[in-house]
Design a protein around this ligand. Sequence first.
Ligand SMILES: Cc1cc2nc3c(=O)[nH]c(=O)nc-3n(C[C@H](O)[C@H](O)[C@H](O)COP(=O)(O)O)c2cc1C
Length: 202
Amino acid sequence: MKEPVQLVILAGSPRRNGNAAALAGAAAEGAREAGAEVETFWLRGMRIAPCLGCGGCNTTGKCIVDDDMSRIYAAGDRADRLIIASPVYYYGVTGWAKAAIDRFQPYWAQTYLLKRPPSGDRERWGAFLSVGATRGRRLFEGSLSTVKYCFQDAGFRYAGHVLVRGIEQVGDIEKHPEHLDQARALGRMLVSDPASVPKYEV
Ligand SMILES: Cc1cc2nc3c(=O)[nH]c(=O)nc-3n(C[C@H](O)[C@H](O)[C@H](O)COP(=O)(O)O)c2cc1C
């Protein structure tokens, strides 16, 4: 029997009842409908130190810091799919998400220095879910670059996203059920047909 697809979600908003969390929940539902096993990490509740830039991973491909990131490394090693869900904070991802993303540096070392990419010969795919309060054209540019390079280093091809402007208060995203439907569809397709995941941006 075919092993179920393993999806890891990094939920980067400190508001567990917030908008990015609602998109992440919808994507998880869709992925489960498509047969995936889903593990969600609520970064706010975790002890994840910022990267020390010590270079320890350059020779070993492993991080020397012993904290809750070890749970994400274990899940990340197994993962076939990765979703990062974070609202825009100062034109980037939240500090919670950025701390975890910076700790992807061992994957960078594995890929580029040690020539042992973490994906091996597996095809892995990632997607991004985000919201922001304002409506500027460049609202998601910073976080998109961060997320795409993080996926690239860890061997996840970029599949697509749901990015929603004009979403500020807890509950705002529920006033736009079409975006929750898009996130659910993204979750489903990320599992079943990742090359066809759309890029929704409003
Ligand atoms: C510290 C902080 C920084 C923020 N920076 C931005 C920003 O640069 N641009 C923007 O449009 N919204 C910004 N926002 C608004 C959030 O993106 C918005 O409230 C979003 O809906 C929060 O998502 P959540 O419910 O998932 O936490 C910021 C909010 C906070 C608390």
